[in-house]
Design a binder for this molecule. Sequence first.
Ligand code: TRH
Length: 362
Amino acid sequence: MQWDIFCKVIDNYGDLGVSWRLSRELAARCQRVRLWVDDASALQWMAPLGCAGVEVRAWTQPLALQGVAAGEVLVEAFGCEIAPEFIAINAYKQRAGGNKVAWINLEYLSAELYVERSHGLSSPVLRGPGTGLTKHFFYPGFTPRTGGLLREPHLLQRQAGFDRTEWLRQHGIEWRPKEQLVSLFCYEPGALHQLLDQFAHQPAPTRLLVTPGRASDAVQSAMEKKNRLQPLWNKRGMLSISYLPALDQIDFDHLLWSCDLNFVRGEDSLVRALWAGRPLVWQIYPQHDDAHHGKLEALLDAIQAPASLRRFHRTWNGVDQSPLEPLALPAWGEAIQAARAQLLQQRDLVSQLLEFVDSVRT
Ligand code: TRH
């Protein structure tokens, strides 16, 4: 089938990151994809080699539609509103007796209970350029009654064949024996300075691998402040820091597989960290009305996080101001492994989406 996926980049990398991963995974299953995006610049580092079967197109206004025929599936990622001129050619095709067009609204990932209720609902379009079409709501999620999580079929084999020492060497990432490796992909957590203190005071050395952009800015400003106010805070040198360049999505996975603890944020990196199976800490994308607090608790329930991991998350996400819980990697690792094992039993998002599209088109 020909898929048209529309993606608007709001901020950060998640909208494009998920849309690209979805496109790539569809292409791997013999689908043809046009990914319409208003700002594709992040693909230069996220996916520098592109992907056969995925054509990235600029979402201009108006859309350049010369030579473009309507396909079989329209996807609006995260409720972005698809260009009306494109909706119109799809509706026209269907009215003219062509095959039925499946219009999918792909929602944000959440572990909240409403997801099971809303997944798969449909809404006929009664006015505007899409009159006659039907929109279907597809919710990713953590239970069998949701659309599931993005997961490629060969993930486990890739993980089994991964050699972290070699990968770190190839990427010029310094790693001394016995050093605990921790990745950091975050926004600006208020408790960051407490985390740095914890690493500095642990008996074993830690190397923090900091991703570029907001995470590295936040670490640099915390370090600058600490060095100024408490020059001896890391006097035993237990914490070392490496600032990483932007990695492509495949190497971002390798980073997560290399680390003993992963700090992730947003949506896509959370899922990748779950598949990595190492202890993880999630910084949720903050919303103004604090709606993210409920969403955070729902995720912690879904992965059956132990009490110490819950407390750590609440402080890390600024839900409360308690001091940052001490790291408890063995217990956290067990919980993530158990959650991962359960999630691996469920069908992946693309398998479910293909089946769902078939069912709405027949
Ligand atoms: O960048 P994010 O914070 O994106 C957010 C969330 O998706 C949020 O839910 C959404 O509302 C908001 O954007 C608009 O985090 P996320 O979702 O993990 O996306 C990051 C993507 O970047 C992911 O696909 C992994 C990729 N990535 C790399 O490929 N290489 C890298 O070096 C890094 C740091 C990230």
